[in-house]
Ligand binder design. Structure first.
Ligand code: PLP
Length: 457
């Protein structure tokens, strides 16, 4: 075993990992990257098929991102935002406001997706109280919601497996039906094909459930991942759901927190997923791809109205009492500015559209496999749901580790991704070539066949 693998096993505690299993196998120790390729310490190459847990946009070791970070390094790496401004953070705030369009004018920087959500939750809670809408406002979020691992973010999460253990630590929030068409109790469409998800007779029962909740109680906000719920299993929402929710939320006076930690920065096709349905949230939370996958940094964008609710004389103490040591980090902001420049270039937009179409075509080759129940795609996010029986949509029990075994087989074929239960995500970096994308899907197809069996009969 490589000495670094041994050191890792001796001392490092990995996130979301059963460490007893981790200790049984030699871990892959990644040392280098270029474009969509990662290389381990022994020189073995892999494709980064989940963009290093949904963070990487333009590829590893990108010359423009490297140059931006190096330029900044020659000046200063970090200075505090408590009491001081800095150039890259100011420029980035302006750039983000421009990219978000509409009424989001203020930017609060933090460190990661979870903190971006904490900031939005606290701001929305306090805004709702200060404007007199509710004294102890609650939050509403979707079934299967995942918004991070800090205590506030977990409180609006609804994945029992992750969140149940901490029940006693959390504040209570309500959940409402998610538009998970493949497992919708009202869906009468046939299983086993692309149109298995949306029955022609859809009456938007899922929207009705949200409307009913909003009528019953005065929430501070509803928290949603627009267009696709990531950790819930790459659940692509049906076209029109977000628009309808946006209208219902406005009509009720509730705020909308858009968690674009995964969907932001071109992942779903538009710069932000909300823009695909012309919905403007009150809070836009971004992280992961903000720095192109280079450095941990996040931002919560909000409106002038929310900002104004925190203005007052010093001694009124209406200040937003929240902040982190690395807020507005200069290196992170420099990487983010370079990443946004690449993102908005006409050539890279064209490339993303081409890649999205190629992914759509390639994914079709998975349908014939017996254990493929659903294939979902939204822009450059794909999720393949593995099932024990495609006719009945019966799920594999988690202890069968179907997703884990398929991903291990993919890694043996030189393609890295991480399962979400029985769903295999593919989120290629935007620089992925045609041959590399084909290899990603081919590895998935071959691995499913090897681990779970072949064609539907
Ligand atoms: C939608 C969404 N929100 C929030 C988070 C939490 O982000 P982080 O892991 O950077 O704290 C994640 C992480 O996967 C996410 O997918």
């Amino acid at each position: 075993m490589h000495k670094l693998a041994r050191l890792d096993q001796k001392h490092v505690w990995h996130p979301f990992t059963q460490m007893r299993d981790w200790a049984k196998r030699e871990p892959i120790v990644l040392a280098r990257g270029k474009g969509a390729v990662l290389e381990d310490v022994s020189g073995k190459k892999f494709l980064d098929a989940n963009a290093s847990i949904w963070t990487n946009l333009h590829g590893h070791n990108h010359p423009k991102l490297n140059a931006a970070v190096q330029r900044q390094l020659k000046k200063v790496a970090h200075t505090s935002a408590l009491g001081f401004a800095n150039e890259p953070a100011a420029l980035l705030a302006e750039r983000l406001v421009k990219s978000a369009k509409g009424s989001l004018k203020k930017v609060f920087f933090s460190d990661d997706g979870s903190t971006a959500l904490e900031v939005a939750l606290k701001m929305s809670y306090e805004f709702t109280r200060r404007t007199g809408r509710a004294r102890v406002p609650k939050f509403l979020s979707l079934e299967g919601a995942y918004h991070g691992d800090t205590v506030g973010a977990v409180s609006v999460g609804h994945i029992d497996l992750f969140h149940k253990a901490y029940g006693g630590l959390l504040f209570k929030s309500d959940q409402v039906m998610s538009p998970y068409c493949y497992r919708c109790p009202f869906n009468r469409a046939k299983a086993g094909r692309e149109d298995a998800r949306i029955g022609r007779k859809c009456n938007w029962e899922c929207v009705g459930k949200v409307e009913a909740k909003l009528k019953r109680r005065k929430y501070a906000a509803i928290v949603v991942e627009p267009r696709v719920q990531g950790a819930a299993g790459m659940i692509a929402h049906p076209e029109g759901w977000l628009k309808r929710i946006g209208k219902a939320v406005r009509a009720s006076g509730t705020q909308l927190i858009a968690d674009e930690v995964m969907t932001g920065f071109g992942r779903t096709g538009a710069t932000f997923a909300c823009q695909k349905e012309k919905v403007t949230p009150d809070f836009l939370c971004v992280a992961k791809g903000l720095t192109g996958g280079y450095l941990p940094m996040a931002a919560t964008l909000t409106t002038q109205a929310v900002f104004d609710a925190f203005l007052g004389e010093y001694e009124e103490f209406k200040t937003f009492f929240h902040g982190h040591s690395y807020t507005g980090n200069q290196l992170g902001a420099s990487a983010a500015l370079a990443s946004l420049e690449i993102l908005h270039a006409a050539e890279s937009k064209k490339k993303r559209r081409r890649l999205e179409k190629l992914l759509r075509d390639e994914l079709q080759t998975l349908w014939p496999l017996a254990c493929v129940g659903d294939v979902r795609q939204e822009g450059l996010v794909a999720g393949v749901e593995l099932v024990a029986d495609w006719r009945t949509r019966k799920a594999f029990p988690l202890k069968a580790q179907a997703g884990i075994r398929v991903c291990e087989a993919m890694a043996r074929r030189g393609v890295l991704t991480r399962p979400i239960g029985n769903v295999i995500p593919l989120l290629p970096p935007y620089c992925t070539t045609t041959a590399q994308l084909r290899k990603m899907v081919c590895a998935l197809r071959e691995s499913v066949a090897e681990v779970l069996g072949g064609a539907k009969v």
